[in-house]
Design a protein around this ligand. Sequence first.
Ligand SMILES: [Cu+2]
Length: 406
Amino acid sequence: MELLFYLWQYLVEGFGLIIAYVFAAIFIFLVLRQFHSRKITAALVAIFIGVSIAFYVPHGMPKELAYPLALSSFGPGERPDLPFRNVFHFFRNFNNFERISDIAKDPTDLPKTVVYGEDGVVEINVTTKEVIAEMADGTTFNYWVFDNTVPGPFLRVREGDTVRLTIHNDETSLHPHNIDLHAVTGPGGGAAATIVAPGESKTLTFKALNAGLFIYHCAFGNPGLHMTHGMYGLILVEPKEGLPPVDKEFYIVQGEFYSSSTLGRDGLQLFDTQDYLDGKPQYIVFNGKTGALMDNMTANVGDTVRMYVGNGGVNLVSSFHVIGEIFDRVYREGDLVSPPAEGLQTTLVPAGGAVMVEFTVDFPGNYVLVDHALARVDRGAWGVLHVEGEADPSIYDGDIQSGGGH
Ligand SMILES: [Cu+2]
C-alpha cells in the first residue's frame, strides 16, 4: 500500500498515457475508415502506433524508469545505472528499508576535539545503510548513507595519528559499500580493504600522514552512483599543533541528486542515469536535503565562525559564498599547511574536495550561504546563519530583513 502511495504519480501518468493512446488510436481508426478500405485503414493505424512508439521510447519510459537497457559506459568500474534486477529487488525489499525522519546532518554535530582510545589510537565505527527519507516535503528518495545522515559523521583526527576504522554494512542494504578516505595514503584510500557485503564488517588501520580537510566517500562499483545517493562526508586531519580555537564550528557538505521526475514533484523519486551522465541534477543541496540549514546555525556578534565545507559532487564545482560576509581566512581546497588566503568573497569547493573558511561576525542579521552559481539556489543550495547581538551603525546602517534572505 505504502509503495502504491509513493508511486501514485507514476501510475496516474502511465494510466493517463494509456487512455490517451487507446482513444487517439480509436479516433484515427474511425476517421480513416470513412475514406479507405479496412486494410488501408489498419495499415495507417499500425503506422501511427509504430511512429508513436518510435518517438516515445527514446524520451519516455526508459528515462522515467531510469534503467536504460542499452547504456554503454567506459569507466573502470560498473556502469552507472542500477542493474535491472535491482528494480525487482528494490521493490520486493521496500518495506525493509528504514524510514529516516530527517536525513540532514545537523551542521553543529561535530566533535570539538580528537577523541583517543586507551591505546592512543583513534577508533572510528561507521555503518552503511540504504534508507528512505525526504528530500523536500512529500518528495522521497532512496538514500545510501554513512550512519543514517547526509553527509556522514564528521571524522576528526590529528596529523600522525593512527586510525582504526571499522565499517559495517547493515544487513538490509541491497549493495556492497566501502570507504575511500582522501586522508589515507594507500591503494584506493582504503576502498579495496573495506568492501563490505550486506551484514559484513571490516577494519582498516591507517596513519594520517597529511594535515588537511578531506572528503571521504563510498567507492564501490560505480563510485559516483554511490556518492550521488548520499555516501560522503568530511575527515579533518588537524595539523600537529592543532587548529586555533574559534567560537563556532559548522559542518556543511554540498551534494547533487538525480531524480527521474522534475524538480519539486511529490512521491518516491527514482534515480535518473541519463541526467547523472549529463550532469543535470534536479536537486543541489547542503546536508542532504532542501531546507537542511534553515534554523540550526546561530552565532553572536563578535564570534569567530569556522565552516568546514565539502562537496560530494559528483558533477558540479561549488562556488561557496556567504551573502553579507567576507571570509577573513580561506584554507583553499582544505590546505591546512600553507598560510590561508585572506579577504575572499567566494571560494571554490571542487567535487570530491573541501575548503575551510573563517570569519568574524560583526553585525546581527541573517547571513545566507549559497552556491553562487545562483540557479542552484532554486534547486536547494542555500542555508542561513543567524547572528544575534548589538548592531553597530558605524559598520552597517540600514534596514535589516529578519527571518528571510538578506
Ligand atoms: Cu556505497
